[in-house]
Design a protein around this ligand. Structure first.
Ligand SMILES: *Cc1c(COP(=O)(O)O)cnc(C)c1O
Length: 400
């Protein structure tokens, strides 16, 4: 059976109160009741379709959450004010003081800092492992382990996580598998491959406009309800809620995500082949020389390609800076962190989005000083974009 996340979103029917094709923005923090009894039932989570207070649920947030759940094939979802809001809430909800986490060594820098530094406050231990080594993952599991954490396609090294393999380890040891799918929306559906919780930064491809930060947690109904429980729910009590105006705008953007992912993938594959053919060390999961190429193929939903992210290695940060500055001048795109935008964005990972990772750990994970990460944009003429990049590579002496 082939899963089609784009059709799942397309099939949603969300009308506004006047038949508006885009549901009305629910611009209210609180909600009134005609009967006091219904309010009490809502507090107890028993009144279907009733809203209480917007830190718990807001109808506009519910529409976006429903779209995320449809896309991921999960029973439910909850949307947050940032990707970090989603990641930290999901993790904190699963651990108690004294517990242990097994995490991929390569993750988003903020996630790494949270796991490596911040969780110490709560006496939660984290073992960082090479996530592509399933034996190392299983050996790192302890009696106190509560979750295994990874990204479908890891940042910034673009390693591919074996979600079914990790899910088997998680199930065997009765721990949760939490997967960040930010780099690969629609391309991969981690929950259908066995992940228990899927987290997202919607800031990136899902919204795709670089006009806000937002996040989501997708899981079964029990987990989502427990997250927003008024007495013990991490999301309800820490309050990383998304603004309903933003939910409404992200909901419109998610309806074009499938078209954008196809173009991001087409353009990234084109550039990856060109870099590779020019003899520059290139990492792109769509290249047959990528270690995770076959694994990625086995996990992918059809049609959406291998994604918009690729890296090249120029060995030194000086060369990386020179290239990025020249590409900025040539309008290849922007020297900026973040990803999933309609313009190409590039940055030197070790000195930017992974600068939270200590240098010795960067070495250990194989992160080169000269790594340039591209989030390839929606260019209509990618051949022309390549000719500009080629010009920059010549100018800095990487190509003859
Ligand atoms: C950006 C990013 C995050 C953090 O999301 P924010 O929306 O910036 O809080 C988490 N994971 C990955 C893979 C990211 O790229």
């Amino acid at each position: 059976m082939k899963f089609d996340p784009a059709s799942k979103i397309q099939n949603l029917r969300h009308f506004g109160e006047f038949g508006d094709v885009n549901p009305s923005v629910c611009d209210s923090a609180t909600f009134t009741f005609m009967q006091a009894k219904t309010m009490l039932e809502t507090f107890q989570g028993e009144a279907e379709g009733c809203f209480l207070y917007s830190r718990h649920w807001n109808p506009s947030n519910k529409y976006l959450a429903d779209a995320m759940a449809a896309m991921e094939g999960t029973e439910a979802a909850w949307v947050t004010g940032s990707g970090m809001g989603a990641i930290t809430s999901a993790i904190l909800h699963l651990v108690n003081s004294g517990d242990h986490i097994v995490s991929s060594m390569t993750t988003y820098g903020g996630t790494f800092a949270f796991l490596a530094n911040y969780l110490k406050k709560f006496n939660v231990q984290v073992s960082f492992v090479d996530i592509s080594d399933l034996k190392a993952v299983e050996e790192a599991v302890r009696p106190e382990t509560k979750l295994i954490y990874t990204e479908t396609m890891t940042n910034p090294l673009l390693q591919i996580s074996d979600i079914p393999g990790l899910a088997a380890i998680a199930n065997k040891h009765n721990v949760k598998l939490v997967v960040d799918n930010t780099f690969t929306p629609m391309i991969a559906s981690p929950a259908l491959l066995g992940a228990h919780v899927v987290v997202y930064s919607l800031t990136k491809f899902v919204n795709g406009k670089n006009d806000c930060v937002a996040g989501a947690i997708c899981a079964d109904v029990d987990f989502i309800n427990s997250l927003i429980d008024v007495n013990n729910g991490t999301a309800m009590l820490l309050g990383p809620v998304l603004d309903p105006f933003r939910s409404s705008s992200i909901l419109k953007n998610i309806h074009t995500l499938h078209i954008r992912m196809k173009q991001h993938s087409y353009n990234a594959a084109y550039l990856a082949e060109r870099f590779n053919a020019a003899g520059i060390p290139t990492v792109y999961p769509g290249l047959t020389n990528h270690k995770g190429h076959k694994l990625m193929k086995s996990m992918m939903n059809p049609q959406f390609g291998f994604g918009g992210m690729l890296t090249i290695d120029l060995k030194t940060s000086e060369k990386a800076s020179a290239l990025m500055e020249d590409m900025e001048r040539n309008d290849v795109g922007y020297l900026a962190v973040s990803l999933g935008y309609f313009k190409t964005l590039f940055s030197n990972s070790g000195k930017s989005t992974s600068s939270e990772v200590p240098e010795e750990v960067q070495r250990e994970m194989g992160l080169s000083d000269g790594l340039v990460r591209y989030s390839v944009g929606l260019d209509n003429d990618i051949e022309h974009s390549w000719s500009k990049i080629e010009g920059s590579l010549r100018k800095i002496g990487v190509l003859k």
